[in-house]
Design a protein. Structure first.
Lengths: 216, 216, 216, 216
DNA sequence: TATGAATGAGGTTTCATTCAT
DNA sequence: CATGAATGAAACCTCATTCAT
């Protein structure tokens, strides 16, 4: 039998705080990304969860607290994933291409992140500003890009004076706009292509634009 | 002083439906852009208006109806303004530069438009899809860009195969991202510059990127 | 040219008070009968009318006033129609049969009257009690039935001691219940017949029951 | 005085959902029966309750939902009570008399039921049709009457060919009309009798009419 | 730790009625 | 006589949050 607490397993009750919190966070991420912060419903989140509404308040204190936790987790995950790209001895142009493509694809496949960011911007980043240390954590992207720019400059494949924050801004603009404005853009300017073809096309545009902009 | 139209100002009752509607729409635009659709409050909008909450329902039927009217008006205004740019005999490269700069600046100075679009995207463009004729109206931008592309190609200053919808996508990405993601981006990646300097810098990035992307 | 007021005819504007009032009353009758008093909407009535909402208030003072006028008109019409039955030298049994059949059919073909009465009963006849002279007017039915009963008794085809008010009560019970409770009754106890067949059947029941009850 | 259940009375908070729901339903039944559906006020119902308006929505979802629950409960109660009449070895004529008298009296003493049904008919039985299983449940009356008719026919005290649904229709017509149209009828055709005397008289009419109609 | 019942404040919407022309 | 704009009060309903067990 060995160490199994009474009641565990039967009805979703876990008695595992970390698991419970993770479950709530995952559900809440998707829910807020789908409905926005004001449009999000604590009741609905609770229903989708394996636990009850009371647990949300127990662990996160309030709707705002829950949303902030969601946001923090989202940024941590995103930055962690980005760091997986390895720009060691790779050719700078190839590395740049990979970064743009990876960012573009990853955001497209995980649209809830970009949507959460968009939602947070509607609220003037007020929740983000409550999250301690989030700024420092995000600095990692810039370090990576700085490294790339330095190498590229040295080898003469990038023009001089590129700034990491500008490059990140441009890459983000494409990757985020692509996800976040998809609904209105594709409705207003429909293209006669499959979604896959269209995404591939837009990714090419993004890659080309970034690379042309970086080169001498 | 003179120049005061009969009944204007003071106590609100205008008996001028167009004025009343325009008043409501203007207030509502700013309010929804500020708080989102779900976060927007009909009560608050009414308070800022010269009229009462009842009139909002009299003219727009519901919160959704009001929001749709706001959205429609916003798109109409935006497209009308864009058409003011004249690409007649101008040098294509110069015209392209002006279009990007104009779009970039105009969106920055009227951030509520981009915010409304972002909000609408959170809701999967469900309201936009209710607005009859909005799609047709928006086509005008593409016509303009197509004209520009044709001239640029003929003169050999643009590379071949450019598509208007792609160009519009890129220009929008910069102009919209710049406005909509400003809060989170500038919080996470602060730059030690004045806002004006920063905007000027980003505009340069956008212009350069677009022009490099269009040229052969 | 000859006596035609400016604007007459063009847009429904009549300048004929009686016609206007009659128009409003007719529309309001059907509307209240359909939705009840509380469920009735002055706005909706106005829209169905050839005139405007203001006229309703001009002529009838209030929603209650309009409803009372509707009720009065309905009772007047109903009693007037009933008096058209002629019981002169007719055979009493035949006359009785005709009265029951006529009442039954007429109520069925003009269900809004019975519905208005049902609605008024929900409100404890409070509006009816405001209508001056309505009680006296309704007495006519009883006079007619009394005449019939007298003749029937004299000829020995009716049993002794019948009272007009009881006879009217019974006839009304069938005719009114048939109309007013149709929705719930036919839903709960559906019969596999055409509506016409069913009505004919119920009318037979009513006629048989009344006649058996009157005969010695 | 003893005999007071724990928590009963006083401050309202029961944490006993069934009791809370029953309390709401009872108050709502009387309220809707008194004012109709459109004329009924959720606020007023809540005030008469031991709980708050919020709980009405918690348990019943909407005003319509509450009304449907009221209607369902009313029909269930009515049919349950009717079944208490026992037609075992009783003389069919006596049993018939008892059924008519019981129905007549019971409806008169519980007028809110007939009023609810009248109200529901104003709304074309739209709520009733939402109630699952209500039709099946109501079938019980017909079974009972069929049994009675069969016995009566066999013994030759009823004429042949009687149908249960017709008999139920007739009994209902008297019992329901007596309650529902009381206000207008007694106002228009006042009788110089006590209410008790009048009811007794009408009950006699109903019994006589039904029995004469059933006999050969 | 966990649950379902309960809540007050506030949100959207509706309605009969009146006003200005 | 006639109209459409305008209104305040009150209606229905929702939401984040807390309580009792």
């Amino acid at each position: 039998m060995a160490r199994r607490k009474q009641g565990e397993g039967s009805s979703g009750r876990t008695n595992d705080p970390e698991r419970t919190k993770a479950d709530i966070l995952k559900v809440a991420s998707r829910h807020f990304a789908e409905h926005g912060f004001s449009g999000g419903r604590v009741d609905d989140i609770a229903k989708e969860t394996n636990t009850s509404k009371r647990m949300i308040y127990y662990y996160f204190g309030s709707k705002d607290g829950l949303y902030e936790a969601v946001l923090e987790r989202a940024y941590l995950d995103m930055r962690r994933i980005e760091l997986e790209i390895d720009i060691p001895n790779m050719d700078p142009l190839l590395a740049l291409r990979q970064i743009v493509e990876f960012t573009f694809d990853h955001q497209f496949r995980n649209p809830w992140f970009a949507r959460l960011v968009a939602i947070e911007n509607i609220h003037h980043a007020s929740h983000l500003k409550q999250i301690a240390g989030i700024r420092e954590h995000n600095g990692s992207v810039l370090f990576q890009l700085e490294k790339l720019i330095r190498i590229g400059e040295e080898r003469g494949v990038f023009r001089k004076g590129l700034k990491a924050v500008d490059l990140h801004w441009m890459i983000s603009a494409f990757a985020v706009f692509n996800v976040v404005n998809e609904s209105t853009f594709s409705f207003l300017f429909p293209v006669d292509e499959t979604v896959e073809k269209q995404q591939s096309n837009r990714r090419t545009i993004a890659v080309d634009a970034v690379m042309r902009w970086c080169q001498p």
